[in-house]
Ligand binder design. Structure first.
Ligand SMILES: [Zn+2]
Length: 437
């Protein structure tokens, strides 16, 4: 009946189900589908003509109220009547023995998405009573499955190779891979979400781990945790390239910060941004030798713009090597002691000046704070790709006292995002700046 069914059967179902152990609501005679035979059996049970065993009783208790009565018969009849020739709509999670994938159903067509990496395939679908026929667009192969509706939000497909896949409703929308939030996220509630495609792992404050599927649904986001039957929903707002916020249905807010920490040749990158602070040091042999060209030309652009406003900007300290920073720091320790020196000078390997992306402007001393030049830098440096790296009142977070003269090059897009957020770079990336000892 179906062309290429055997080939498709091998490529679509995800595993072999132990059909005998899968309980389908309404399948009282245990023939793996819900049909008129089940109605007859239930009617005869209610007329006390037949007895039902324990499994049959569970299958017959349609409304799960712990007893089998005429209400279950009504539910069963409705199920058979209403769902014939009906195709699902929206996005559903298919689960075959724990292997999950997503089916987004449109009007006679849809998208099948595999959670890992979010690979997807398009298909068309037809319903003929309780038989679905899917044709995969890429291979033009067709495969059929018998559908058994368990409720408005779940059904079972029995694929023609005998595997059974249970479907649970996730959201009304068709989801596309561009909306996936793949990556490692840390949240303002101290939780971490590792998302891959449309599935993920949540670790709470205490290190408890739970697994979930999720889907963006317009302004909403829906999570389905494996251990519960209920979906968890919230409203999602994307703040910038590294943050989004969810307002959960109970009104609580949770800010999500992307945090991909990568170490290459001893250098730490967070979301691709080179970081040098008290937590993340640089190797002694990292030595660009000068301010990096991109940062240098950005400074020159800023310098020219400042000049038009009657402001003169000069670099008084740009690149500093590991060994030069060591000399500076040791002199400060000798003069002021270690504790004091640590508040204004970096230990060798921990100075942002070693990156070639940081510079001190005009006058690297507290007398510069509040000057018209300092005010101009604070108000305008983001337009040229810089941020004030150690703002006032953030010493506990950045590890350094206020430095109105020290700017860090991030590129225009990112500098604007950090400026708009009102956060320090540490807060923006949810990272620490603390020496280990
Ligand atoms: Zn500096």
């Amino acid at each position: 009946m179906l062309i290429g069914a055997a080939a498709a059967a091998a490529s679509v179902p995800v595993g072999s189900a132990d059909t005998a152990s899968t309980l389908i609501k309404g399948d009282i005679n245990r023939d793996d589908s819900v049909s008129v035979g089940d109605v007859v059996l239930l009617e005869n049970y209610l007329l006390k003509k037949y007895g039902l065993n324990e499994q049959q009783m569970t299958a017959a208790d349609m409304n799960s109220d712990g007893s089998v009565d005429v209400f279950d018969l009504v539910h069963l009849k409705e199920l058979l009547l209403v769902k014939s020739n009906v195709l699902p709509k929206g996005t559903w999670i298919g689960d075959c023995l724990g292997a999950k994938r997503y089916f987004s159903f449109g009007d006679g067509d849809g998208v099948l998405t595999y959670p890992e990496g979010g690979r997807s395939r398009r298909f068309s679908i037809e319903a003929d009573r309780d038989l679905f026929c899917l044709t995969m667009n890429d291979t033009e192969s067709s495969i059929s499955a018998v559908v058994t509706w368990l409720s408005d939000s779940s059904f079972v497909l029995r694929w023609e190779d005998g595997t059974a896949e249970v479907f649970r409703f996730l959201c009304d929308n068709i989801v596309s891979s561009s909306e996936f939030l793949s990556g490692h996220w840390v949240t303002s509630q101290g939780r971490t979400f590792d998302m891959d495609g449309l599935s993920g792992k949540l670790s709470d404050r205490n290190g408890n781990i739970s697994r979930f599927e999720y889907a963006p649904d317009g302004e909403n986001i829906v999570f389905h945790f494996g251990s519960t039957d209920n979906n968890t929903e919230g409203k999602i707002v994307h703040t910038d390239s590294m943050h989004f916020k969810i307002t959960w249905s109970d009104g609580t807010e949770e800010v999500f910060t992307r945090q991909e920490i990568e170490k290459k040749d001893g250098i730490t990158y967070v979301n691709g941004i080179l970081i040098a602070n008290k937590t993340y040091g640089l190797p002694s042999d990292y030595n660009p030798g000068k301010i990096l060209p991109e940062a240098q030309s950005a400074f020159e652009e800023m310098q020219a713009a400042a000049k038009k406003d009657g402001i003169t900007l000069t670099i008084v300290s740009g690149f500093r090597s590991y060994s030069y920073q060591g000399t500076l720091y040791n002199n400060y320790v000798a003069r002021d002691g270690k504790a004091d020196a640590d508040t204004y000078s970096a230990r060798p390997g921990y100075s942002e000046h070693q990156t070639g992306l940081a510079m001190d402007l005009n006058n690297a001393s507290r007398y510069f704070n509040g000057s018209k030049e300092a005010k101009w830098i604070a108000a305008n440096c983001w337009k040229y790709g810089f941020i004030i790296r150690y703002p006032e009142g953030k010493q506990d977070i950045t590890g350094y006292m206020y430095e109105s003269w020290h700017v860090r090059y991030l590129g225009k897009e990112l500098a604007k995002e950090v400026y708009d957020s009102g956060l320090t770079l540490e807060e923006f990336l949810c990272i620490d700046s603390k020496y280990k000892s």
